[in-house]
Design a protein around this ligand. Structure first.
Ligand code: ADP
Ligand code: ZN
Length: 768
């Protein structure tokens, strides 16, 4: 979004003093607004952002007031001719249906949030109502949980005159020690009425409780106090406070701090300042880092002012947290991506921790990026925004270079703890020595042995394979690359070929490496299970833990594994990306990366960036406390800039300069905007033809939009999933609008064949 951050908003005319017309969005209509009459008795109460009820078709539906215009549109109550952001045709009076009821006197959507929604629908090319559904949780929109339903049932001791069925129910209630009426009814598959009958018999007490369901209940939290800051922390904090206190335009601040530099402490003290000024804050963390440990760091500083929003919340908890936030009872919100929409009052600060994390991008419509939304929301709310990372994204780094973001750097770890020593292990030499490809190098085995002897812990990191990858020769490191596009070919297993995803060029999979002739070119990766087996063979006495998607699909086992490891009940932890981030293990002194190349093999222009990020984050896990750490990175590409940079304390800036120069050369983001269109359907031919025709239509727009680049329509790297064939089309343009506008144009006139769907991902991050 970088190039369009300063998206200017049309000055909205002030709503009339006594509104007679309300323009609303419903949850059903495809991307259109409708006009309704405001009856005189509601005119004094109606506000923009409110949920109202009105007749739509022949149903009564919930709708949201998006504008209070002076006059109605001519085609009111029927699809408007223009789309959302088009010109409004001159008004002609006609009879409007009335608004029937105002649901929320305090609007569910604040003005800035509504503006944000409109911008987001426009920018992500998504229907407004779907954006709305992302901003307001469904429990709020649908009133599924209302406070009047919050009755608490307490079973009483003694004998009562009950039927057999009622007696059973009472016994069950005693066993679970009572609970919320609506939940008990679900749990014991009975109606609330049945429970009320028990009350009539005197067997239970039912009372209204306005006790908030608090996701942090039952956790003992000891308060912590602000730590005296290190010099660099102090400077960073001062920059944030300056932003908090500025009245006018505030630039986003990128907090570039190495792992262990104490970024969280800076956030905590910045939030404390915001609170002192009567303002609230939102802290976004990647879903995977939203652990009890993380939440604890905030709760122990700000107590009940903290609200946590995460995907595992029950409807009731979500409902309560949302209202606690809206009423201002909670003013510090911690959560993943979607928490960027939290209805915080008087928002003063948004923090996006680990801003480079791909999980901030939603992988369904609307494909929004929470970091970009945070920046836009901060702009609309006139509040400060801090993006923190040890490995900033190229987008953000480029924004610093262009003067759109300010920069604060923390290059030292707290208490001047040393950075871990990083060794690069050249696996080509290991292959040559052993005569075949190795999983563990001699030096890594030696380092592991030493840790076992000293009673210290190790982490072994195995990069999980994505859907798409290219091929790297295990002997010479050769990567098959499309010369014309300077992008690695994608290996397509289905038809055993290498394909360029930009120009569509393809060739059959070579039998041996074109560079050195090694037949092992068709390199196959290893899984965590195999690593575990091998490790147990090498070190039968070692206690090994494994963490990957297979193991952690069971709820809580992620936390359980980590706490077992933290408590020292295991010597070695093997894992995938999951263990790369945010975890703090004082006794870990060795981190081994088994194959740094897996992520370099992604045929993605971000492959080098991702690899650098992963390696730097993984290395950050070693030597966090008093014990110094060591990192071994095994690779077939020891000279690759991403790997060399990760092996150096101050490698980032040089890596970023070089990487950005290459991106500029190839016209890749952040120097262009990338829109990824994915076509899906069960009939492959239909999907392919639709994608090709769409590509053709997009090329037709090039006269009006000469800077638009349109790729060939190709099978997606993930060519088939869940029975659906997937085809992909990439658009590149210097500004997002220059891709989105022609795209809207084509969409308007293009009829997808039945059975084929298309999704639009503006500023795509994962191209799969
Ligand atoms: P980062 O997020 O930058 O990797 P953290 O915020 O996790 O770093 O800080 C690393 C550790 O240092 C934490 O245990 C934290 O409590 C501690 N720490 C942070 N700031 C200070 C400080 N000023 N003095 C002492 N310890 C600190
Ligand atoms: Zn190509």
């Amino acid at each position: 979004m970088n190039q369009e951050q300063n998206h200017s908003f049309r000055e909205k005319p002030q709503p009339p003093a006594t509104p007679t017309v309300a323009r609303v969005a419903t949850e059903f209509a495809a991307d259109r607004f409708f006009d309704y009459a405001v009856p005189p008795e509601l005119a004094g109460r109606i506000r923009i952002g409110q949920q109202v009820r009105a007749e739509f078709g022949n149903r009564i539906v919930e709708a949201y007031v998006v504008e209070l215009p002076q006059t109605a549109e001519p085609a009111a109550n029927a699809p408007a001719e223009s789309d959302l952001f088009g010109e409004i045709p001159s008004a002609a009076k006609r009879r409007l249906k009335p608004i029937l009821e105002i649901v929320d006197d305090t609007p569910f959507l604040s003005r800035p949030l509504l503006e944000l929604a409109r911008w987001m629908a426009d920018y992500t090319c998504s229907p407004f109502e779907i954006v709305l559904r992302n901003i307001l949780p469904s429990v709020i929109r649908r009133h599924e949980v209302r406070e009047k339903e919050l009755f608490f049932v307490t079973p009483k001791p003694g004998d009562f005159e009950l039927t057999k069925r009622q007696n059973e129910l009472l016994e069950n209630l005693r066993r679970v020690d009572g609970g919320w009426l609506h939940l008990l009814a679900k749990e014991f598959s009975c109606s609330p009425g049945t429970l009320r009958k028990l009350e009539e018999r005197g067997a239970v007490k039912i009372e209204k409780k306005n006790l908030r369901r608090n996701p942090m209940a039952n956790r003992r939290i000891l308060p912590t106090r602000p730590k005296p800051l290190m010099a660099e922390q102090e400077t960073a904090l001062r920059q944030i406070i300056e932003l908090l206190d500025t009245e006018g335009k505030k630039l986003p601040l990128l907090l570039f701090g190495v792992t262990g530099s104490g970024k969280t402490e800076v956030y905590l003290q910045a939030i404390a300042h915001a609170l002192e000024r009567g303002k609230g804050a939102i802290v976004l963390v990647p879903e995977i880092a939203l652990t009890p440990q993380t939440v604890h760091r905030f709760a122990s500083r700000f107590g009940t002012k903290v609200a946590v929003l995460h995907s595992a919340l029950g409807d009731g908890e979500r409902y309560d947290e949302w209202h606690r936030i809206r009423t201002g009872e909670a003013s510090v919100v911690v959560g993943p991506r979607s928490a960027v929409f939290a209805p915080v009052r008087d928002l003063g600060l948004i923090v996006v921790d680990e801003e480079h994390e791909p999980s901030y991008k939603q992988d369904e419509t609307p494909h929004y990026h929470a970091r970009d939304i945070a920046v836009m929301r901060a702009h609309l709310e006139k509040c400060a925004v801090v993006l923190g990372s040890a490995t900033p994204s190229m987008e953000s780094w480029n924004n610093v270079n262009c003067g759109k973001y300010r920069l604060a750097t923390m290059a030292a770890r707290v208490e001047n703890r040393p950075m871990p020593a990083v060794q690069i292990v050249d696996m080509r030499l290991e292959t040559a020595r052993a005569g075949h490809a190795q999983i563990f190098s001699e030096s890594l085995l030696d380092a592991l042995r030493l840790r076992l002897e000293r009673g210290e812990q190790s982490i072994l990191f195995l990069n999980r394979r994505g859907y798409s990858r290219s091929l790297v020769c295990p002997s010479c490191g050769y990567t098959a690359t499309c010369e014309a596009c300077a992008l690695a070919y994608t290996y397509h297993q289905a038809d055993s070929c290498l394909r360029c995803h930009i120009c569509g060029d393809w060739k059959p999979l070579p039998e041996r490496c074109p560079e050195c002739g090694d037949p092992a070119f068709k390199y196959q990766g290893v899984g965590t299970q195999r690593v575990e087996l091998l490790l147990k063979k090498c070190f039968p006495q070692a206690r090994v833990l494994r963490m990957d998607a297979d193991v952690t699909s069971r709820k809580h086992s992620h936390d359980e594994i980590l706490s077992v490891f933290r408590s020292g009940q295991a010597d070695i932890l093997i894992g995938t990306q999951m263990i790369a981030k945010g975890l703090d293990f004082p006794n870990v002194t060795l981190v081994g990366v088994l194959s740094a190349d897996t992520s370099l093999q992604m045929p993605d222009f971000r492959a080098a960036e991702r690899t650098y990020q992963l390696l730097a984050q993984v290395s950050g896990r070693a030597g966090r406390a008093e014990l110094p750490g060591e990192v071994y990175i095994q690779t077939y590409l020891p000279d690759h800039p991403a790997i060399r940079a990760a092996a150096s304390d101050s490698g980032f800036a040089a890596f970023a300069d070089r990487e950005l120069a290459e991106r500029r050369q190839g016209n890749y983001p952040p120097f262009s905007h990338l829109v990824c269109l994915t076509f899906k359907g069960t009939a492959e031919d239909a999907v392919r033809i639709a994608a090709e025709k769409f590509a053709e239509a997009m090329r037709g727009e090039k006269t009006a939009f000469p800077k638009l680049r349109v790729s060939a329509a190709c099978p997606a790297p993930l060519a088939k999933a869940k029975g659906f064939f997937r085809y992909q089309l990439l658009l590149f343009a210097p500004a997002a609008g220059q891709a989105v506008r022609p795209l809207r144009e084509v969409c308007r006139n293009f009829a997808l064949p039945t059975g084929v769907t298309m999704s639009i991902d503006v500023d795509a991050v994962n191209i799969c």
